[in-house]
Design a protein around this ligand. Sequence first.
Ligand code: FHN
Length: 459
Amino acid sequence: KKTEKVELKYGSHRIGKRDDAIMERWRSYGLGQFIHWGLYAIPGGEWNGKQYNGAAEWIRSWNGIPKSTYDSLIYKFDPIKFDAKQWAIEAKQMGAKYVIFTTKHHDGFCMWPSKYTSYTIKNSPFKKDVVKEVVDAYDAQGIDVYLYFSIIDWNHPGYQAGNAKPNPFTVESWKTYNPFSSKEKKDKYEEFKKFTRNQLVELLTNYPKAKGLWFDGTWDPAWMKQDGFTDSLEKELRALRPGLIIGSRFRADENGSRHFDSNGDLMGDYEQGWERKLPNKIEDVHGNDWDCVMTVPENQWGYNKAWKGHIKTSNELIEMTAKSVSLGGNFVLNFGPTGDGSIRLEEKKLASEIGNWMKTNGDAIYSSTYAGLEKQDWGYFTKKKGTDKINMIIFNTPISGTYRVKLPAGTAIAKSYQLASPSETLKVEEIHANEYFIHLNKTKGATPFVIVLETTKKV
Ligand code: FHN
């Protein structure tokens, strides 16, 4: 954070965290599901037998494909196996507490029957409102729904990415930067802004159960230059739905600063910059709320037939979940259903393995957060909110079979046990002031597990 603050009209409007119950619920999630589903699921990263090297949901931007040919995929979208209720059941089994669903990705195809464009699900052979089915099915399972919305819209005639950002990119150069190469383009973009605003109001009106909006594609310079418009639109959306959760990806301030304004203050309810990466230490998150969104392969969000490269295992994903919670964040795992609406077997398997682990160990993830303790070699500490319970989530079993724990002065361990077997208490040895050995005598293990420390004040 900067110490000398500059005057900002469109910077952050709140310093510090939100303290309402809705945001507190968001903080308790621990684990979420992301779903990227749209027309791109039909080609699945392959066009005329050729593999596209980028992320499957970006295939429309591939030079080899005429845009109108891609857009006519609308006439092929008929996912006969789509069953939102089953998706929601499986997400619940995995232990997800919230879902982020792509209502519209960069290709502009709307998964709801928007009245502002004809490029929607309504004009596909499927016809049904997918967003409604997802919202209702997940809500029925007690999973909170967030609507992903891409500002980039390759299908809208008024949309444009804008001229390249000034280089060097400074407060001065940004002031005079013009994203539009002609007056006509600028006027068309005004239409696009109205369209975007109408769609967002439409989404909030149609799906009152949704808890928040998850924005993407807001790095376009043309959008970044709309400081006054985006600021008032965010206010309008928040007024329309009190309690609405919006992350830091929606808008830029008047100097072109995104996520954090020119004073270093977060613009939004939580930090949305942790995509396919995790913080390493608590200082990295600057005391903000945050979540991490993660793909199973390196960088594929929509369905890709050929999953190439390293495919993460359930243990890796569980470790990322534990690490996120230990640093005060949530972890969101992405799924890319196929063009017929089914979830690929590899993803189903991961979901069920994560779910099995969560059934026994989820107590160390849900309503848990940073414990205020230094990270240890065996894994991650989390603290159960509102209790004196500290969890040790173990990923590396020490050869000695003992776990060294250093607690703050004045803290004693009243009781210790594994979450998997609470009735078997573990021997706790105080080796010197506030430093303990937990004797589990477990030296091998292929599955992460949790040791609970019930702490008390030392007398
Ligand atoms: O370009 C998109 C990408 O396709 C995907 O939707 C991710 C999800 O966070 N967001 C963008 C890249 O940051």
